[in-house]
Design a protein around this ligand. Structure first.
Ligand code: GDP
Ligand code: MG
Length: 162
């Protein structure tokens, strides 16, 4: 069976953009407004040392009810099925209270997690990346899903832990 790597993070951090890059498709809808990915989306991941299944999810957040809470239940199921989680945060927004809350929940799951600082478009992003250490999920790893920076290194890092 192929390893299953699952993208997690609040809406709009770029999960679907990274999914499309990893699958070399445009299967996942990308938009400027949050909450577009309601469901799980599966693809065969490319560009790593071996094939893998990559899973895009709707955003995880703090909503107690409604469509967002339903979406969260889907996300929780996706997390259960994952071999490795990629927790995406947004370099432009910096470390938000929602990120801290999600990180706390993810830490309790005891699954292998890699912290991905997406939208690190410029090469000089060390400062922004460093602030995410406070999430308590190890070293943050900068990538740019639109430009592709850091994506190959990220896959090597993940595969070393599988
Ligand atoms: P999702 O809700 O987490 O799936 O986020 P999307 O993939 O839909 O992306 C949300 C917005 O962020 C879109 O406008 C993307 O074009 C933009 N975006 C995604 N990745 C990057 C990136 O690496 N750099 C920049 N500058 N924008 C990005
Ligand atoms: Mg999405």
């Amino acid at each position: 069976m192929l390893p299953v790597i699952t993208l997690i993070g609040r809406p709009n951090v770029g999960k679907s953009t990274l999914f499309n890059r990893l699958t070399r498709t445009r299967d996942a809808l990308v938009a400027d407004f949050p909450g577009l990915t309601r469901d799980r989306q599966y693809g065969v991941g490319q560009g790593g040392p071996a094939p893998y299944v990559i899973v895009d999810t709707g955003g995880i957040g703090t909503a107690p009810e409604g469509i967002e809470a339903l979406m969260e239940r889907q996300v929780l199921r996706a997390i259960e099925d994952a071999d490795h989680l990629l927790f995406l945060v947004d370099a432009r927004d910096g470390c938000t209270p929602e990120d801290l809350e999600i990180a706390q929940r993810l830490r309790r799951l005891g699954k292998p997690i890699t912290l991905v600082v997406n939208k690190s478009d410029s090469t000089n992003s060390t400062l922004v990346t460093a602030e995410f250490h406070r999430l308590g999920l190890g070293d943050p790893h900068p990538v740019s899903s639109t430009q592709g920076h850091g994506v190959r290194e990220l896959l090597e890092l993940v595969f070393a832990q599988l």
